[in-house]
Design a binder for this molecule. Sequence first.
Ligand code: SF4
Length: 392
Amino acid sequence: MRVDDEFGRRLLGGVNDLVERVCSSREVVTFMEVCGTHTMAVSYFGIRRGVDSRLRLLSGPGCPVCVTGSAEIDAAVAIARLKGVTVLTFGDMMRVPGSIGTLEKSRADGADVRVVYSALDCLRLAESDPRREFVFIGVGFETTAPTVAATVVQARKLRITNLSVLPMFKLIPPALRAVVKYREQLEKSRADVARLDGFLLPGHVSTIIGHEPYRFLAEDFGLPCVIAGFEASDVLQALLMLLAQLLAMEHGESAKVEVQYRRIVMPRGNRRARNLMRQVFEKTDSNWRGLGLIPNSGLGFRSEFRSFDARRRFDIAREKTGLVTRTSAVRLSEACRCGEVMLGIITPTACELFGRICAPESPVGPCMVSSEGACAAYFRYERWFGMTDRRN
Ligand code: SF4
């Protein structure tokens, strides 16, 4: 379905009718999505352009590659530079800049860095060359962590000792709390930062964690939430549900977490996947690009599995490697505003580099590197349409 076919037009009409009603008592309605696939869907299907301009759709920190911190990329680059080590990673990570370069640059300089399509591929590679050390870059949200946990469990079962993981996983609910609190502070000091009115929650992550971990958004912050799928019709239905909640709240009802993506998301998520994740990993503080250090928002190895932790195996620590002070340092451009983009404070077009210096073929920041980054989505699908409104 596209927003310009019959069904799409009907849904869009319904959304715009509700925006009209909600906006009888306010100027704008602002929803945020926190999933790279939603970022792409909203841009690709033309949803932002199709809805009433009083409905603002922001992209939050939902692209795993974009939120990976500089220090984490530096650790991956430092490991890639070690002799006898092969670094295995998903393709999107290759061009993400840290403070001393990228994995792609390391490969050009002679490091053995390979792209894999599944964590389980790493088992085969490690088994086939027992004299080399293989390190998988564990990046992603609650969706990816269980498959990496399964790989680690399997590696232990098969007695594969030359495989380890550099864990950079991030957890979505703590980041949402941080986003809400941060924006609340900004609202007090900046007239151009609008209040958030609700969240379009990620379908994939929610297949694992269910809807319970988001309840604090409704109960503590009074924010309506809807877990949505990725077709145009899913996103539009979820917007209808969010707007209907806002109208109901005007009549005394409380905000709640609803599921639009019922064909996939179970209320309690996937218990088996969560157990696997808990067996191998435990929560740890994590640094998010743009958001800083967020307590309990990452995953590290439990003591029983620490032998698989690449940081420990290769003794990688920022202060020991002196990574920051090397003269060859390639710093992330100070003009890059990815942090503000990922908080929904500015739209990508408000960045001075957007489309002029920064483009998917020559990205300056991670939001343009990843195919699921907000800057890449705007560049591919929305830059022709005069998205000039820079306020959020
Ligand atoms: Fe960073 Fe490029 Fe996006 Fe600007 S357009 S915020 S430089 S990624």
